[in-house]
Design a protein. Structure first.
Length: 216
């Protein structure tokens, strides 16, 4: 038998339980499907599907930059925002380094830590479901992961706590905003523009109903 890396042992296949129910929100995707305007564009461009797209998605980055008021150089893309998060962990951390994150949160984060050989430090949310800034900073982690609105609690983190973490963190702060479109006015894009140690991730899977395209 071919030996596996120790960090890969005991990792089960991702298979969330599915139980019959009237409304299934387990994937948290847009239940109404893609916007009609997007559907029309997809149909008109289907002939380009067999071809490799331009490397690093320059057209998409320019369009996103224009919509958010930033430079294209401030944006990167990946195969879903989970790919962007995983890539960021591999870019900024070495095996054995510490990754701290709020608990509970996006189920893939501790798995990313495990497969990358990182020391995972979950920090429980406070009773009001806000992030515990003091406890996260006390870990000394080179990367701190935050999720707002949080998955699975659905609660947004307070601006004061997040800004304090960004100000005092010894390294990178990743803010996962997969559900930002469901909490208008509570995003942290402005913080990312002001601070070079803050990365904000977004996705087309949730509000835009484009989960199958895998674009983060």
């Amino acid at each position: 038998m071919i030996p596996r890396r120790a960090s890969y042992r005991d990792i089960p296949l991702y298979a969330p339980s599915k139980r019959p129910c009237r409304v299934d929100l387990s994937d948290n995707t847009n239940l109404f499907g893609v916007p009609p305007s997007v559907e029309r564009v997809l149909v008109s461009t289907v002939s380009r599907v067999p071809r490799y797209p331009p490397g690093y998605a320059p057209e998409l980055r320019r369009a996103l930059a224009a919509s958010m008021g930033v430079a294209p150089e401030e944006i990167t893309t990946g195969c879903g925002s989970d790919d962007v998060i995983d890539s960021a962990l591999r870019a900024f951390l070495e095996p054995g380094d510490t990754l701290a994150f709020q608990d509970p949160t996006f189920v893939m984060v501790p798995l990313f830590a495990k497969v990358n050989g990182l020391k995972a430090v979950p920090v429980p949310l406070k009773p009001d479901f806000d992030v515990d800034a003091d406890a996260l900073l006390a870990t000394g982690a080179k990367v701190i992961y935050l999720c707002s609105p949080n998955n699975p609690t659905g609660t947004a983190l307070s601006r004061a706590a997040v800004e304090r973490i960004a100000e005092d963190a010894p390294g990178i702060v990743i803010i996962d905003e997969a559900y930002a479109d469901f909490a208008p006015g509570k995003d942290f894009l402005g913080l990312a523009r002001r601070r070079s140690n803050v990365l904000v991730t977004r996705t087309f899977s949730k509000a835009f109903g484009l989960a199958g395209l895998r674009v983060g």
